[in-house]
Ligand binder design. Structure first.
Ligand SMILES: CC(C)(COP(=O)(O)OP(=O)(O)OC[C@H]1O[C@@H](n2cnc3c(N)ncnc32)[C@H](O)[C@@H]1OP(=O)(O)O)[C@@H](O)C(=O)NCCC(=O)NCCS
Length: 193
């Protein structure tokens, strides 16, 4: 099974932030001092899946099912949870094989976005992929996902193709942009600060 990262971002949280309202966190109010350096990363476990799936639904218009997350764990994909103290704030899933990694899911939960966690998580994935001898990284992103595309571009990803109509969309289908970058095996990503 190769899960299809078919997704559209929700903008509710960023819209709230843009108009200056304090976002509400599901279990603990985020504070301004919590930045990327505070994020701890651990392997996702089977017991995380129900909550991860709920947060995926909060973050995407076309979320993954629990079955997809369970399959990712079962086949040994690299599955991560980002936490602030003990509160999950992000998850990510990546396949690594034959010298390549493919980022399948990178998700910072709505009330925790814009604090550098996405960049930190992405760098963690790339560093981990290097330890597994990957020398290149690939991903697909919705053509409309400007926020994610800005993050990937700033981390050295380049457009290498387009998959027409790859994703479901509210009206019909949406193209995926295929992005790639080389991984220098000698480089460790510096932490986002
Ligand atoms: C895309 C996503 C992972 C970014 O994570 P994040 O923690 O919010 O992003 P960061 O705070 O690490 O910011 C990293 C970069 O993203 C871009 N970015 C972040 N917020 C942005 C916004 N509101 N508008 C435009 N670009 C933005 C910027 O390039 C930013 O770099 P900068 O702060 O140096 O300008 C997160 O928004 C998310 O999970 N979105 C929903 C799920 C999704 O779309 N995942 C990607 C699927 S391919």
């Amino acid at each position: 099974m190769t899960p299809t990262p078919a997704r559209t971002i929700r903008t509710t949280s960023s819209a709230r932030r843009d108009i200056g309202l304090t976002p509400t966190a599901p279990s603990r109010p985020p504070t301004h001092h919590q930045v990327a350096a505070d994020l701890t990363l651990r392997a996702m476990r089977e017991g995380d899946v129900t909550r991860v799936c709920a947060m995926d639904r909060e973050s995407y218009d076309f979320p993954w099912t629990e079955g997809i997350f369970r399959d990712c764990l079962r086949v040994g994909y690299s599955c991560w949870i980002g936490e602030i103290e003990t509160t999950p704030v992000a998850h990510a899933i990546m396949a690594v094989a034959v010298g390549e990694c493919h980022i399948l899911n990178l998700c910072v939960y709505p009330d925790w976005q814009g604090r550098g966690f996405g960049r930190r998580l992405l760098r963690h994935l790339l560093t981990f992929a290097r330890t597994r001898k990957a020398d290149s990284a690939f991903l697909e992103v919705r053509i409309s996902n400007a926020r994610a595309r800005a993050l990937y571009a700033s981390e050295g990803f380049c457009e290498v193709g387009v998959r027409p109509g790859y994703y479901p969309a509210r009206k019909g289908r949406e193209d995926a942009v295929v992005l790639a970058r080389a991984l220098d095996p000698g480089t460790t990503e510096r932490l986002a600060g």
